[in-house]
Design a binder for this molecule. Structure first.
Ligand code: MLT
Ligand code: ZN
Length: 448
């Protein structure tokens, strides 16, 4: 079989990771497409190392051969950053599954890149991971750090970067750098763990992370509230941040998305009332239920306190990303704006899309309290960049960001100049060259 790679290199990979962990042909195909089907690539080989030493040896081989590499975790990314769109070798990190015991005195844990977020979250009954995303059963620590994953609790705990207390990574020439002591105070030079968070596999391959955990709060309460409009959603979320003790999530969903989920996935609507917009709030700890009840007042609402009821309510939000998929392959645009512009963004973005493609369908949802909106567009006319252009220009005009939490990847590379100045992108290029002078790590992603 002609893999497009020298046979000697494939043999060298196999001598490092074992024959069974160098995948080619059909066995490699699943690693070359993302779950939405929106990003498809091809790869000569998927290499699956089991530990840091093997990652270092594989990278040293690629470096020597000048072979481009795409690091990949659980393949749950949304911007094509882990897909070998140009025939790169895929370095799959899912076998790096070592999870140390939770350090109870520090409330921290060291986890291999391939450990799933759910494994970290359930590693100790007294602790939780601050990051909660719907893909937690597949998404891995390495990928979540590399993309600085956000999700459903950023308003309280911040994104993945905020959980990071240390990192171990391999540079493109195979050099291992490690700083995993987890010290809270540690001013000994450049904070490269923080720089690797959100670097999308372009600077180094993350092999392990030291993560700060959060106390698992008792008595979580979840509520879905029906509201008449988007200004009502935003106003109530803002009040919740100020007034609800133990608030962890403030999520926005629409009737349009829920109706699609009801029709195609049989998911029941959370409320009987026919309202256009919904706010999901979750809080935990002392006084959370009372504070939520006071805030909700006499708006239509469903409240859950048992695990089963809460899961049922959360399904309406966590399955929202699937809704647009029932209409076609969606463009998943993840944007954020300053708090004062969120209502304008959420209420006008559909018209902005339809100005360039009148029959396009748009489903919006997202994280209200941090200004993040997910705009899922199912184009009716060819997806030639016009939809992204329209949305990103609109967002930029509101002072926002073209990527709130999903990253730049391949999807948004073209539009990076809308978000970052020439001087900033020149600095990006210098940082990148310092980490990876040969330019073999995810070369098509996050270009400057
Ligand atoms: C979400 O908030 O549901 C995620 O960012 C995933 C998505 O938008 O598809
Ligand atoms: Zn999100």
């Amino acid at each position: 079989m002609n893999t497009g790679l020298p046979a000697a290199l494939l043999k060298d990979f196999a001598s490092v990771v074992g024959d069974g962990h160098v995948l080619t042909g059909d066995a490699a195909a699943g690693y070359a497409v993302d779950w939405t089907g929106g990003f498809r690539g091809h790869t000569a080989a998927v290499v699956r190392p089991k530990d840091t030493a093997q990652v270092a040896a594989v990278l040293a081989l690629c470096h020597q051969a000048g072979t481009p590499v795409v690091p990949q975790g659980g393949n749950t990314g949304l911007v094509g950053g882990g897909i070998p769109r140009h025939g790169e070798v895929v370095l799959s990190l899912t076998r790096l599954g070592r999870l140390d015991q939770v350090d109870e005195s520090a409330g921290q844990v060291t986890a291999g890149a391939g450990v799933t977020l759910q494994q970290v979250a359930t590693a100790h009954p007294g602790f939780d991971l601050g990051i909660l995303i719907a893909s937690r059963d597949s998404a891995t620590v390495g990928g979540a750090v590399a993309t600085n994953a956000g999700g459903l609790r950023v308003l309280r705990y911040g994104p993945m970067r905020a959980q990071l207390r240390g990192i171990e990574a391999v540079l493109s020439d195979g050099t291992v750098v490690s700083h995993l002591a987890g010290l809270v105070k540690d001013n000994t030079g450049y904070d490269y763990p923080s720089l690797l968070a959100g670097s999308e596999g372009t600077l180094a391959v993350i092999t392990s992370a030291r993560l700060q955990l959060v106390p698992r709060l008792p008595g979580p309460v979840t509520a879905i509230i029906g509201l008449e409009g988007l200004d009502g959603v935003h106003a109530m979320a803002t009040r919740a941040v100020r007034q609800v003790r133990g608030l962890m999530s403030a999520e926005f969903l629409t009737r349009a998305g829920l109706v699609l989920l009801a029709e195609h996935a049989g998911l029941p609507l959370p409320l009987r009332a026919e309202v256009p917009a919904y706010l999901l709030l979750e809080a935990a700890g002392d006084g959370a239920g009372d504070d939520l009840a006071e805030l909700v007042g006499d708006h239509p609402a469903a409240v859950g306190t048992t695990p089963a009821d809460r899961a049922r309510l959360w399904a309406s939000r966590e399955r929202h990303p699937e809704a647009a998929g029932f209409l076609g392959t969606p463009l998943k645009l993840d944007v954020s704006v300053p708090a004062g512009q969120w209502v304008r963004l959420a209420s006008e973005v559909t018209a902005v899309v339809q100005a360039v493609d009148p029959a396009a369908r748009v489903i919006v949802y997202g994280h209200v309290a941090d200004g993040n909106l997910h705009v899922n567009v199912v184009p009716a006319s060819p997806p030639d960049g016009r939809h992204e252009q329209a949305v990103f220009e609109f967002v930029a005009s509101l002072g926002g960001s073209i990527s709130a939490e999903h990253g730049i990847g391949a999807l948004k590379a073209r539009w990076l100049p809308l978000a970052r100045s020439d001087a900033e992108r020149a600095l990006f290029a210098r940082i990148r060259a310092a980490f990876d002078p040969a330019g073999i790590l995810n070369p098509q992603v996050l270009p400057s």
